[in-house]
Design a binder for this molecule. Structure first.
Ligand code: G1P
Length: 270
């Protein structure tokens, strides 16, 4: 089973900081944001992380590549803790596929179709950090309890923010678990079927990957993952797990990235 991390975006909201450095490489406390996401994927049932990259973002690949010269130099100088950290990150089972054109999140995910094959797969969006690594196992448990259904993470958001997200309609079947009946990408406030917003973590059936091949451009002219999820509802069940705001952090804007750094730094300092 694979964990897919789309990372081909331009990082527009962080310009000029992201002119020469990928947004995914921005520091969060003590490591680049994408390292948290890769570590979360590897702590789940996934055997490999697949980063869906753009050809311009070599820094991401350099970060996860082995660097034996640097490790040897650090060891010579007695800096074993740093050597271990460099060695560990260079040995993570990470591979890459490329999204040649920025045609949307659904298109990015579809670029990894050959990697996922006929298996279910996770999608982890880099804008969201789950440092406790507990969300994917919790989603997997919900899926197992419902015959292998797809499961997505959702978080309640204020009414005036629903138009920034994918939003679900559904019914709560047990505390914190909803059976999804509809999904809408970035609805106008008055059209939003609820205030439960899709929160960057997905456990998806292979049928979603098949349907993505035929999804037409939607909101913003982009091929939307949300539209494939809505389409699969005609054939399969899907559940949504409500995330505790203490477990998941948004880093999608400069403001939320700074706030996340603050909270995680305070936690680390204890
Ligand atoms: C994407 C998804 C959206 C989801 C959001 C946050 O939107 O399309 O459904 O709610 O991530 O996880 P984006 O932030 O890329 O516009």
């Amino acid at each position: 089973m694979k964990a897919l991390i789309p990372a081909a975006g331009l990082g527009t909201r962080f310009l000029p900081a992201t002119k020469a450095q990928p947004k995914e490489m921005l520091l969060v406390v003590d490591r680049p944001a994408i390292q948290y996401v890769v570590e979360e994927g590897l702590a789940s049932a996934a055997d490999e992380v697949v980063i869906i990259n753009s050809r311009e973002k070599k820094a991401i690949e350099d970060h996860f590549a082995p660097n034996p010269e640097l490790v040897a130099l650090l060891r010579e100088r007695g800096k074993d803790a740093y050597a271990d950290a460099v060695e560990t990150v260079g040995n993570y089972p990470v591979s890459y596929v490329y999204q040649e054109e920025a045609l949307g999140l659904g298109h990015a995910v579809r670029c990894a179709a050959e990697k996922t094959g006929a298996e279910p797969f996770y999608v982890l969006l880099g804008d969201v950090l789950v440092p406790g690594n507990g969300m994917l196992p919790a989603m997997q448990a919900v899926s197992d309890a419902h015959g292998g259904a797809s499961v997505i993470a959702v978080m309640p958001v204020p009414d005036d923010e629903v138009s920034r997200f994918g939003v679900i309609a559904g019914a709560e079947v047990e505390p914190g678990v909803w059976k999804v009946s509809e999904l809408v990408e970035k609805p106008a406030r008055e059209d939003a079927p609820s205030n439960l917003a899709v929160f960057g973590r997905y456990l998806l059936s292979p049928r979603v990957m098949e349907l993505l091949a035929n999804v037409a451009p939607g909101v913003g002219g982009e091929i939307q993952l949300t539209d494939a999820l809505d389409a699969v509802l005609a054939e399969e069940e899907m559940y949504a797990l409500v995330v505790d705001p203490a477990d998941g952090f948004d880093t999608g804007t400069v403001e939320s990235w700074l706030e996340t750094n603050n909270v995680l730094f305070q936690r680390k300092r204890g």
